[in-house]
Design a binder for this molecule. Structure first.
Ligand code: FRU
Length: 302
């Protein structure tokens, strides 16, 4: 891994959306009229959430993605700025809608049921990515969606890295979560591979341990593979092939698990930027994700 470079940023490229949380103390029965305890409007999207966590953990963070001009976009961009995340390169589109999620949070279990709409907003393109000055970044984290474009972005960063000295190379991480986007391209190309439980299960793995072993064999030489498995904790295997496990950190009462995986990813990236040993990196990720599950939203995680 590279040494920390304070002057450079962590870029998270992927989804930002509006999340509307309906907080209940049970899960509603279909076709009934319910009252909720609380409604929360907040920014969402895996990469937006991870970027907000990275920023709170004292790394300079930037989010890169697309939004549709309008009130939803203004709201989520303001919130990102409040978290200290730079959003200057977000690509704005007119005449379409920003993505949003209606989410039922059941505080008795902490479960989150997401109903997402990505409507008609165009995804990030490679040519938009090419407008970025890569010299500003020490780490670029990609969400595994619109892979035809994202794979070109990863190639471009690898190309950039070829001609740089060790300390100027950009660490590349990729998140494989939703199988429908076929993010398998990441498994052999990125330096740090995040395998979500959902994706691991899709590939027939039934634990973080098995998933990390399996994907490490398919990963790029020298890569680190990380997998979180909810209350079962998380596992990691680094370039040396040594396996580490961390138990989950229970917050006492679980109230909101929305974005726990995104929080974990952001915390792992921030800890790796500080070149901590991998077992500590993993514990740190689990601790921050555990804290998140005991509260609503992503504030105060630093
Ligand atoms: C949580 C999340 C939410 C968003 C949804 C999109 O991981 O990013 O913030 O609504 O997933 O799938």
């Amino acid at each position: 891994m590279l040494e920390p470079r304070g002057d450079k940023k962590v870029l998270c490229a992927g989804l930002i959306c509006l999340d509307i949380l309906s907080v209940m103390d049970h899960y509603p029965v279909e076709d009934t009229d319910n009252r909720i305890k609380r409604q929360i409007w907040q920014k969402g999207g895996n990469c937006a959430n991870s970027a907000a966590v990275v920023a709170q953990l004292d790394e300079q963070a930037e989010f890169f993605g697309t939004l549709a001009t309008g009130r939803a976009a203004d709201m989520v961009l303001d919130e990102m700025r409040e978290f200290g995340v730079e959003v200057d390169h977000v690509v704005m589109h007119d005449g379409c809608d920003s993505p949003s999620s209606s989410i039922i949070i059941n505080t008795s279990t902490g479960s989150r049921t997401i109903i997402h709409t990505d409507k008609d907003l165009p995804e990030l393109t490679f040519s938009q990515f090419q407008q970025l000055d890569l010299n500003q970044y020490k780490w670029i984290h990609f969400e595994g969606r619109n892979m035809a474009e994202v794979s070109q972005m990863v190639n471009a960063v690898q190309e950039y890295n070829h001609s740089r000295s060790m300390e100027d190379k950009i660490n590349i991480s990729g998140e494989c979560e939703k199988a429908k986007y076929k993010p398998e391209y990441f498994t052999s190309t990125v330096d740090v591979l995040f395998i979500a439980k959902e994706f691991a299960q899709h590939h027939g793995f039934s634990s973080a341990h098995a998933a990390v072993d399996g994907f490490h064999r398919r990963a790029k030489k020298g890569a680190t593979v990380v997998c979180a498995w909810g209350e079962a904790g998380a596992d990691v295997m680094g370039p040396d092939g040594v396996h580490h496990h961390s138990d989950a950190f229970s917050p006492g009462q679980v109230v909101d698990t929305l974005g726990a995986g995104d929080t974990f990813n952001g915390a792992i990236i921030a800890a790796m930027c500080r070149s901590l040993p991998l077992d500590e990196v993993l514990k740190f990720g689990c601790r921050v994700a555990g804290k998140k599950c005991g509260q609503f939203g992503y504030r105060g995680l630093g």
